[in-house]
Design a binder for this molecule. Structure first.
Ligand code: G4P
Length: 537
């Protein structure tokens, strides 16, 4: 397959190796077709040879465990990863986001590591709840968004209606990059508005790229050779109307995140995928400046800087390793480099970084700004940490969420309390849950953002530590981190032992079930601050 754009944009001020990188995530509601689209990306990126491979590998892995069984049963993807592949002269880094709403914390953080997002919607369902939530996070960061309206081979909504719904619900300008011809069983393909081409879907072979026919505008008589007259009349009328009613493509607005181009297609039939990939290559932004303190990091800086946006423990249960996913913000990294771990001010030799190519890992000999590297470590690297060549600079904007649900956790076997503590600390460091140790009594309280996370944790603790656990309702419903002058915090802790706990860093947390309690503390202790979230660094 020939990507449309063969050369990296020459207008870029960035070094070519950086300018050719496209680091993005796919956001969608479960079932919209993210997995299918990812698979086609990998197929067209030459990372896999055959569609079905990603799923097949997934299945093989899943049969190993109950936890993965749960993932399979519920149709959710729990373990996020990054995948890199070449597309024409471009290098795509696709960061996978777990799709289920209960894993939003992880998903949100993933979105801090990308420069753009592809929003996949189901043509029959339009904008669904999870898409809306994720979109709002992208909006907070002004991330450029490219939209793919999937499943056009099925009965879908009217094209104008879909576009209107996106505009209305998400408050973003939508410009059609392509226009569907027919729908459901009659879906023929699309008219490529940006390039005046006709793309015809091949229903016989799902892995074949559509036939692309260059035409000379909508009045070109050649169109009649491929499209039955009534459908052609409808297409002409609709595109004319769309051109009148909808904003025209504006690259700057797309980069600023105020306009999204929409492509229509059918991922399962490989249709529209190539156009979308070309769109990412051509319009998707190159690696962007990263916000940091005391100064921002520009992608073209010579020195290597990167930050941890995700930590995944026990990727290989045999080795108990932890992989910190690092987004390179600047520079050219070479294997073996010594970087400074800014939080601890300690040097770290990065000797065995990995790149994730399709579903395999490979030793990374080098990486450039925009790339995602996995750094195996023993727990030194935490979410939000920055690595530099010595400069004391920290990336900002990695969100931490207030735990909204609290439960007590107990080991099935009371003799195993120490093991449980170890497992919980591990997940706390991964950012998978907040763990509080009450100052009175034994046991732990776990805080999560979504209820399903309790089940995932219980399964992981059992699987990875051989430890059956029970989650039980807690008397508390809210957690607040307490900060203030040291003596005041200590006095407060002493006076309220029944409400006090510490998190995995040893920081003081006030637990309660009443907003009234929180108001009381704030009123009686104006020198203290109670925060619902804690900075990641
Ligand atoms: P997700 O990762 O967003 O959850 O979605 P996924 O790709 O798993 O797709 C969800 C379902 O939609 C799958 O069907 C998939 O085959 C189907 N699908 C994806 N793209 C298209 C498309 O363009 N057209 C049509 N008609 N269907 C599509 P399933 O029955 O749940 O799974 P499977 O048995 O096909 O694997």
């Amino acid at each position: 397959m020939q990507p449309m754009t063969q050369t990296a944009p020459s207008a870029s001020a960035l070094p070519p190796e950086i300018a050719r990188r496209r680091t993005f995530a796919i956001i969608s509601h479960p079932d919209a077709g993210k997995t299918t689209l990812t698979e086609k990306f990998l197929l067209f990126g030459g990372a896999i040879q055959m569609a079905g491979q990603v799923r097949a590998k997934g299945e093989a892995r899943r049969t190993r465990s109950d936890f993965m069984q749960m993932e399979k049963d519920r149709g959710i993807s729990v373990s996020a990863s990054a995948m890199s592949f070449e597309y024409g002269t471009y290098r795509f880094n696709l960061v996978d986001t777990p799709g289920h709403s209960d894993f939003s914390e992880d998903t949100y953080r993933t979105l801090t590591a990308v420069d753009a997002a592809v929003m996949v919607i189901d043509g029959a369902k339009g904008v669904e709840s999870q898409t809306q939530k994720l979109f709002e996070v992208c909006r907070l960061r002004d991330l450029p968004i490219l939209t793919f309206c999937n499943k056009m081979d099925r009965e879908s909504r009217d094209t104008f209606e879909i576009i209107d719904e996106i505009q209305e619900n998400l408050a973003i300008d939508v410009t059609p990059a392509s226009w569907p011809i027919g729908v459901g069983r009659d879906f023929l393909g699309c008219y490529d508005i940006l390039h005046d081409r006709l793309e015809l879907m091949d229903r016989a072979d799902r892995n074949r790229v559509a036939e692309s026919i260059s035409i000379n505008g909508l009045d070109d008589p050649k169109l009649a050779d491929h499209i039955p007259a009534p459908m052609l009349a409808k297409l002409r009328e609709e595109v004319e109307m769309a051109r009148e009613l909808m904003p025209t493509f504006d690259h700057k607005a797309v980069l600023e995140g105020t306009m999204t181009p929409i492509w229509f297609g059918s991922a399962i039939n490989s249709f529209g995928v190539k156009e979308l990939m070309d769109g990412i290559a051509q319009f998707g932004p190159e690696p962007q400046t990263q916000s940091a303190s005391p100064r921002n990091i520009a992608a073209d800086e010579k020195k290597v800087m990167g930050f941890v946006f995700k930590v995944q423990a026990n990727m290989d249960p045999k080795h108990r390793d932890r992989v910190a996913f690092v987004r390179l913000a600047s520079g050219h990294f070479e294997r073996g480099m010594k970087l400074t771990h800014v939080r601890t001010k300690k040097p770290m030799a990065i000797t065995n970084p990995v790149l994730f190519l399709a579903s395999d890992r490979e030793l990374a000999e080098e990486a450039w700004a925009g790339d995602i590297m996995g750094i195996p470590n023993h727990g030194q690297l935490r979410i939000g940490d920055t690595l530099t060549e010595g400069e004391a600079i920290s990336v900002t904007g990695i969100p931490s969420f207030a735990p909204e649900l609290l439960q007590n956790v107990r080991a099935g076997d009371p003799m195993k309390a120490k093991h449980l503590e170890k497992a919980l600390m591990q997940f706390a460091e991964e950012g998978a849950a907040k763990v509080f140790k009450p100052s009175i009594g034994s046991g732990f309280i776990v805080g999560v953002v979504g209820a399903l996370q309790f089940e995932v944790l219980a399964s992981r603790i059992e699987l990875e530590y051989g430890l059956p656990v029970r989650f039980e309702p807690s008397q508390f419903t809210s957690a607040r981190w307490v900060t203030g002058p040291k003596d005041k915090v200590e006095a407060f802790v002493k006076a309220n032992p029944q409400h006090i706990s510490t998190d995995h860093d040893g920081d003081v947390v006030f637990l309660t079930r009443l907003q009234w309690d929180i108001d009381r503390v704030l009123r009686d202790h104006p020198e203290l601050t109670l925060s619902a979230t804690k900075e990641m660094v």
